[in-house]
Ligand binder design. Structure first.
Ligand code: ADE
Ligand code: ZN
Length: 330
């Protein structure tokens, strides 16, 4: 079985961050927006460091101005995921980039995204679920608006709430209101932590926000007690090694902690984060994991099984995907 044939579950993908640069350039041209400064001479996204990455990301998002733009984006992204063997995907959706977190605008954007997801299910056989994501450096007040959008639109499709953005901005407790609101609405919870913050940030995020999954979480490796706590709690890490290497949140591939965390019994999963920004794909991540740590088909099957049990979907969908993982693994 080739790496592209392995059926995959991806839990950590930012919808806007998955936009191919050519797609964003096309929208910029249609709308006469000059964002030429965010691309290099080959047409790829260009940035210096994480902070600059966030501003390039936000500049790219200025071209996404209507539900129809998000419908086209969702289809383009899911086509690429399916080409990489992804059969189930969860993407982060940010009401802040969909009409400024205004609830009535958000309802229209979400309907367009869900419509595209249904079409992608029919055409490419991939299942999508959405996680509303607030942006940490936009502050706690904006995060409440995003949480309200999530709570008001919870559905079979929109199943989770989370937080991305500049991790070192504020502390987890500043966002507890938003996470409580989302939890009370019945949404499942995840939060970026331990990408830039240390073990204390991961611990505080798990405890103060009550999340069951952590985006990245790689710096947990620096404190054995925390590794034990994550193991004991069954917290799932959405690890994105290619993102970490390119953004320099970690060292090179051989020094990346994903294999050590897995060996310590922590539930790890594999995702791409923002694939075109990091010149990666799910197939590339799997190839690198095989080359660097000797992961084989059974390791990938185990990681995908961990992912589908941690997925924020209903049990009927989970059972369907588990069957697809088993059939294709023989
Ligand atoms: N938003 C998109 N990608 C991100 C990352 N790697 N960390 C934090 N926020 C993000
Ligand atoms: Zn992320």
């Amino acid at each position: 079985m080739t790496f592209s044939e392995i059926p995959k579950v991806e839990l950590h993908l930012h919808l806007e961050g998955a936009a191919p640069p050519s797609f964003i350039r096309g929208l910029a041209k249609e709308k006469k927006i000059d964002i030429s400064g965010i691309f290099d001479e080959r047409g790829n996204y260009s940035y210096r460091d994480f902070e600059h990455f966030l501003s390039v990301y936000e500049a790219a998002c200025t071209t996404l101005q209507s539900p129809e733009d998000f419908r086209r984006l969702t289809l383009a992204v899911l086509e690429q995921s399916a080409e990489n063997g992804v059969i189930y995907s969860e993407t982060f959706l940010s009401p802040d980039f969909c009409g400024g977190a205004d609830l009535s605008a958000w309802i229209d954007y979400l309907a367009a995204i869900e419509d595209a997801a249904n079409e992608a299910q029919r055409i490419f056989g991939i299942t999508l679920r959405g996680i509303v994501t607030c942006i940490r450096h936009f502050g706690p007040e904006k995060s409440k608006k995003a949480a309200l959008c999530a709570a008001e639109t919870k559905s079979k499709f929109l199943t989770g709430f989370g937080m991305a953005g500049a991790e070192l901005h504020g502390c987890p407790n500043d966002f507890a209101y938003s996470f409580d609101l989302a939890r009370e609405a019945g949404l499942r919870l995840t939060c970026h932590a331990g990408e830039w913050g240390g073990p204390d940030m991961v611990r505080e995020t798990v405890r103060a926000l009550g999340v069951e999954r952590i985006g990245h979480g790689i710096n947990a490796i620096k404190e054995p007690d925390l590794v034990h706590e994550l193991h004991d709690r069954g917290t799932v890490l959405e690890v994105c090694p290619g993102s970490n290497v390119v953004l320099r949140a970690s060292g090179d591939w051989p020094s990346h902690p994903i294999d050590a965390l897995r060996k310590a019994g922590v539930k790890v999963t594999v995702s791409t984060d923002d694939p075109p920004f990091f010149h990666t794909t799910m197939v590339n991540e799997y190839e690198k994991l095989a080359q660097t740590f000797g992961w084989r088909q059974e390791d990938f099957h185990q990681v995908n099984t961990t992912a589908i049990y941690a997925a924020f979907c209903d049990d009927e969908t989970r059972t369907d995907i588990i069957q697809k993982l088993q059939v294709q693994n023989g």
